[in-house]
Design a protein around this ligand. Structure first.
Ligand SMILES: Cc1cc2nc3c(=O)[nH]c(=O)nc-3n(C[C@H](O)[C@H](O)[C@H](O)COP(=O)(O)O)c2cc1C
Length: 345
């Protein structure tokens, strides 16, 4: 760092996401940590730019039957203090009512934007709940499109048309900006991402992580399993953010999620054009205060490389500005394979 370069504390970390002004690009992604008021308060205190509440699952009651809530609880155990705040699905109150109550509480106590997340399965469900969450004060809505195209009778075209109709319906009724959390597994991911935007989404969240069940060989039962991500998981959303950023209108927000564990991971995400990073695993493992050191790592990198703001860094390495866009598309396929060094002789 030169003598003339700014101090790390002078760096402007502000960013804009879904037209919301955020003081930091570090957003707490939907996870058990964003469910409980005291963790939300600690996340805000530690400096997150916004929080995304865990999804309201239209079939949350069904989650008991499918074992999904057990899978999510498995994740909560990793940050032990986080145990014990999953909603008691048997307490008789309506899941949506309890969600709205948590949302209102979060809005009343936090000064950062609160994004509600919705995972519905039916047309009616998406619109009904989206309206409810917007009315309850959500600054924006994230549609969590966690869906497996597992039915051999249903084509990509059919499924995508249905999803786009849902996005369009939700965007038209909600009255707040809507981001769509996509899966990376579309037949033509880039074209589908553009279609989601054309259907009315103000932003994309790249990407949902798909949890792979395990098998218990003693009971021959299928076990739901949530594993935390690693930095190695960053490659997929990094590549797609770089590819999509220059192709989407500049006012379309991109949140990168999956595999962000360090200040350098955040720096890479911003460099390829993300407006924010959404972090779950690292915060579950290290606790809400990790936000503070992540921010320091980001600030130090920016200061050491003479960037005055996140805005200056953003998109400086996207597919358009990279010397060769194909680096992101085929990722120098042949060169990568050829460059592999055999360790064994
Ligand atoms: C225990 C756990 C619970 C999660 N719950 C939700 C959820 O309710 N809705 C959602 O959209 N994503 C959920 N996620 C996904 C995260 O928001 C995040 O997008 C994903 O874990 C990738 O980020 P990471 O690599 O920082 O973990 C959950 C993740 C974990 C680990």
């Amino acid at each position: 760092m030169t003598e003339t370069s700014r101090g790390a504390h002078e760096i402007d970390l502000s960013t804009s996401y879904l037209k919301l002004a955020l003081s930091s690009p570090i957003v707490a992604s939907a996870s058990p940590l964003t469910r409980e008021p005291r963790y939300l308060a600690r996340l805000a205190e530690a400096g997150v730019g916004a929080v995304v509440l865990p999804s309201l699952f239209e079939e949350e009651v069904v989650a008991e039957e499918t074992g999904l809530s057990a899978a999510l609880e498995a994740g909560a155990e990793i940050f032990p203090e986080a145990l014990g705040y999953f909603p008691d699905l048997t307490d008789g109150t309506d899941v949506a009512q309890r969600y709205v109550a948590s949302l209102e509480r979060a809005k009343a106590r936090l000064s950062v934007p609160v994004i509600a997340s919705l995972n519905a399965t039916s047309g009616g469900g998406w619109t009904r709940y989206a309206r409810l969450l917007a009315q309850a004060g959500a600054d924006a809505i994230e549609l969590n499109m966690y869906f497996m195209a597992a039915d051999v009778r249903r084509s990509a075209a059919e499924i995508e048309a249905e999803q786009l109709a849902l996005v369009s319906e939700v965007c038209s009724v909600s009255g707040v900006p809507v981001a769509v959390k996509l899966s990376p597994y579309y037949t033509a991911t880039a074209s589908f991402a553009q279609s989601v935007v054309s259907a009315g989404a103000s932003g994309l969240v790249l990407f949902n992580r798909f949890y792979q069940p395990d098998i218990d060989l003693e009971t021959m039962a299928v076990l739901p399993k949530v594993e935390l991500s690693r930095s190695a998981d960053l490659g997929l959303p990094l590549r797609w953010t770089a590819i999509l950023r220059p192709q989407l209108d500049a006012d379309v927000s991109i949140a990168l999620t999956s595999g962000v564990h360090s200040g350098t991971d955040i720096t890479k995400a911003l460099a390829v054009g993300a407006d924010v990073v959404m972090i779950a695993s690292e915060l579950l493992a290290a606790g809400p205060e990790r936000v503070r050191s992540l921010e320091e790592e980001l600030r130090s990198w920016l200061a050491a490389h003479e960037y005055g703001s996140v805005a200056e860094l953003r998109g400086s390495v996207s597919a358009a500005s990279a010397e060769s866009p194909e680096a992101f598309e085929r990722a120098n396929y042949v060169r990568s394979l050829r460059s592999f060094e055999l360790l064994a002789r």
